[in-house]
Design a protein around this ligand. Structure first.
Ligand SMILES: [Zn+2]
Length: 168
């Protein structure tokens, strides 16, 4: 079973009552989480996959309703929280009126636009994971890895694929 990249040709779905539509990816499920975070189309007619639960779903009979139903599933929501996509970062408090600068638990402050930047990092990480068909459980390790690499920016900027391969 392989997943199909967004916009690529879909398998023939003749005989499937409700055919898959790419726009389903941008629809919101429970708690306004967009399906794109977990939904992938696979190369089987009438079947899609939740990459977070590893569960296949058949949309042929009831169409996209099944996606919304899955988004409400307790186990699914728990998994999403575990990989920290929908939950706020630990120790992070959302800005309230009068206190525009969020403060981290270690006392460091973040610049006002940092919430957007954190959201951006999360989106980039999720996109990377889905583009490469990796399990979402890799997210915390991937973030740690990126933080580690970002510690030596000059070396990182000079590192190209050809000299990485040279090391191997
Ligand atoms: Zn799921």
């Amino acid at each position: 079973m392989a997943t199909i990249e967004e916009g690529m040709a879909l398998p023939c779905e003749n005989g499937v009552k409700n055919k898959f539509l790419w726009k389903w990816l941008d629809e919101k499920g429970d708690e306004d989480v967009i399906h794109r975070l977990w939904l992938r189309k696979v190369d089987e007619p009438g079947v899609c996959l939740c990459t977070v639960c590893g569960k296949k779903m058949k949309y042929g009979t009831s169409g996209k309703k099944i996606l919304y139903q899955h988004s409400k599933d307790k186990h699914h929501k728990q998994k999403l929280r575990e990989i920290n996509i929908v939950a706020p970062l630990p120790g992070f408090s959302l800005p309230v009126h009068g206190t525009p600068t969020p403060r981290l638990s270690d006392g460091n402050t973040l610049k006002p636009n940092s919430l957007d930047r954190i959201a951006d990092v999360k989106i980039k990480t999720v996109s990377f994971i889905s583009e490469h068909d990796l399990p979402f459980t890799i997210a915390p390790d991937l973030i740690k890895y990126a933080q580690n690499l970002a510690g030596d920016k000059p070396a990182l900027n000079k590192c190209t694929l050809s000299n990485v391969l040279h090391l191997i």
